[in-house]
Design a binder for this molecule. Structure first.
Ligand code: FAD
Ligand code: NAI
Length: 484
């Protein structure tokens, strides 16, 4: 006898588990199916984000930043450390503990919200018989785990996420050629670490291993550094990374890649931006050249689920697929591959199922790169506004002139505001500097309420705080900074 649910969610990453909880809050009977296994073979809900993405990378970034501070910056504060050493097993073990706390937290939330969790692969077995379906239409989702079960769902939410894109010349073996998974679990600091792709993962993971002692070279195909980021901000970040010793070579074309198990090295041939043929031998190579949607286990053909040319599930702006009552959210559909974007879509879909007006504002989705300095932004870049022909005013304020940043000992970077020339509505805020990840929230709130730069400039900000740089950058739009 099949188990019947109003909503079955496939995937328990941030898109799926949040959709399941919201649907349960709205009074539906909900099942969530996820196949991720922990080291012991047990369930590990949370998806890429919790297991090999956002959470473990931020744990390693935090630990490696402490190590860097202790080794290079504590002395500035008059703190002497002798015999500083690294216990990598403990550092990586701490990351694993943080991941497990998050896995357990999600299982607890499922229980609390009465979401039935099924551990195994979920796939479409076909349309439900009228007799089986709770309310006319529906699908049978087969779960293949320790046992096989059939779930009948009136609504299906697909949140199956994404996988790392491999270079055809260098499949991941997670020993020498690493995806994000291998890059988060090295058991020794490589002497020479190569990274292909100077995107978000390349910069975050490159930073982790450089801080822990690796000599890191990042090879990037595009001629511009962080092309999607506001150019002024990207330039400032590039300068800071160079100063730290992160070697970033732009405009390269990758050629042959040879992983040699015997010497435990990876040789990478490439052509430099100047057209020179080069070859470098690394101890480990991270390939971080983007991610591809994951629909492989869904049996999508069986029910005629439409995918686009790049393999993403085709959805409309409400996350509806071509099949009635089948929705898709997160990395497996168009839009930025970010955990909070997946969550927003998950909530909106659950609310739409309930006949409410779930809404995702794509203009106010923040981006953060958790390097040091951190890079964060929301809204449009100066280049995009120019291309659009929009009249705007810009204001910047450097952390160098911020008292809290000086007290922290971290004055790299700036806050930049872009506002409409006529209405003064904030069109974009870009930050490179300390705690940019937290500072950006104010800009997101302001943009969500369609605030003007004058609004931020007239709000009282605590002193001394980094957020005063945000207020000052807003004042700078009207050329009336007070502290610069
Ligand atoms: P996922 O998190 O990928 O979850 C999909 C889940 O579905 C997985 O558990 C998978 O096992 C399961 N699944 C797939 N197919 C099936 C099936 N047929 N049956 C059962 N289960 C199935 N984003 C941020 O916003 N901030 C960050 O700091 C950040 N850091 C990142 C760092 C790294 C190294 C990486 C790789 C990514 C990072 N991201 C970050 C991106 C973020 O992880 C993704 O955008 C997010 O996880 C997408 O959520 P999702 O729910 O769509 O999919
Ligand atoms: P990415 O899209 O951020 O960067 C990939 C980089 O690789 C690009 O700069 C691209 O030009 C380059 N590239 C592509 N093909 C290449 C080739 N053949 N040779 C050399 N360079 C090449 O992708 P990344 O870093 O893999 O991360 C995937 C996604 O995961 C991100 O886009 C983001 O959505 C998410 N993520 C988010 C994080 C955050 O929010 N802090 C952290 C890490 C990942």
């Amino acid at each position: 006898m099949s188990k019947q649910f109003d909503v079955v969610v496939i995937g328990a990453g941030p898109g799926g588990y949040i959709a399941a909880i919201r649907a349960a809050q709205l009074g539906y009977s909900v099942a969530c199916v996820d196949e991720w296994k922990n080291a012991a073979g047990g369930p590990a809900p949370g998806g890429t984000c919790t297991n090999v993405g956002c959470i473990p990378s931020k744990a390693l970034l935090q630990s490696s930043e402490h190590y860097e501070q202790a080794g290079h910056h504590f002395a500035d504060h008059g703190i002497k450390i002798e015999g500083l050493s690294l216990d990598l097993a403990r550092l990586v073990g701490r990351k694993d503990t943080v991941v497990k706390q998050n896995n357990d937290g999600i299982l607890f939330l499922f229980k609390k919200n009465k979401v039935s969790f099924f551990h195994g692969r979920g796939s479409f077995a076909g349309a439900a018989d009228a007799a089986d379906a709770t309310d006319g239409a529906g699908y049978v989702i087969e779960v293949n785990g320790a046992s096989t079960e059939a779930l009948v769902a009136k609504h299906v939410i697909i949140a199956t996420g994404s996988n790392p894109r491999a270079l055809p010349a260098a499949p991941f073996d997670e020993k020498l050629v690493l995806s994000n998974s291998g890059a988060l679990a090295l058991d020794a600091v490589p002497k020479k670490l190569g990274v292909i792709g100077a995107g978000v993962i390349g910069l975050e993971m490159g930073s982790v291993w450089r801080r822990l002692g690796a000599e890191v070279t990042i090879l990037e195909a595009l001629p511009d550094f962080l092309g999607a980021v506001d150019t002024q901000i990207a330039k400032e970040a590039h300068k800071a990374f160079k100063k730290q010793g992160l070697a970033i070579e732009l405009g390269v074309q990758i050629g042959a890649i040879k992983a040699d198990a015997k010497s435990s090295t990876v040789a990478v041939d490439y052509t430099s931006a100047k057209g020179e043929a080069k070859s470098v031998v690394f101890d480990r190579l991270i390939v971080s050249i983007g991610r591809v949607p994951n629909t492989s286990g869904l049996n999508a053909d069986k029910v005629g689920l439409a995918l686009d040319a790049r393999g993403f599930i085709t959805v409309d702006e409400d996350c509806k697929t071509n099949l009635a009552n089948v929705w898709a959210v997160g990395d497996v559909v168009r839009g930025p591959m970010l955990a909070h974007k997946a969550e927003e879509e998950g909530v909106a879909v659950a609310e739409r199922i309930a006949g409410q007006h779930g809404h995702v504002n794509f203009n106010t989705i923040p981006w953060v790169i958790y390097t040091s300095p951190e890079i964060a932004w929301v809204g449009q870049t100066e280049e995009a506004l120019k291309a659009e022909g929009r009249a705007y005013r810009a204001g910047t304020f450097p952390f160098l002139a911020n008292g809290r940043a000086r007290a922290l000992g971290d004055t790299t970077g700036m806050v930049k505001f872009l506002a409409d020339a006529k209405t003064d509505e904030i069109l974009g805020v870009h930050i490179v500097g300390p705690m940019a990840s937290e500072l950006i929230a104010e800009a997101v709130v302001a943009m969500a309420f369609r605030a003007s730069s004058e609004d931020i400039a007239r709000i009282c900000h605590a002193h001394p705080s980094l957020s005063e740089a945000t207020k000052e950058a807003a004042l700078a739009v009207d050329k009336r900074t007070l502290n610069f």
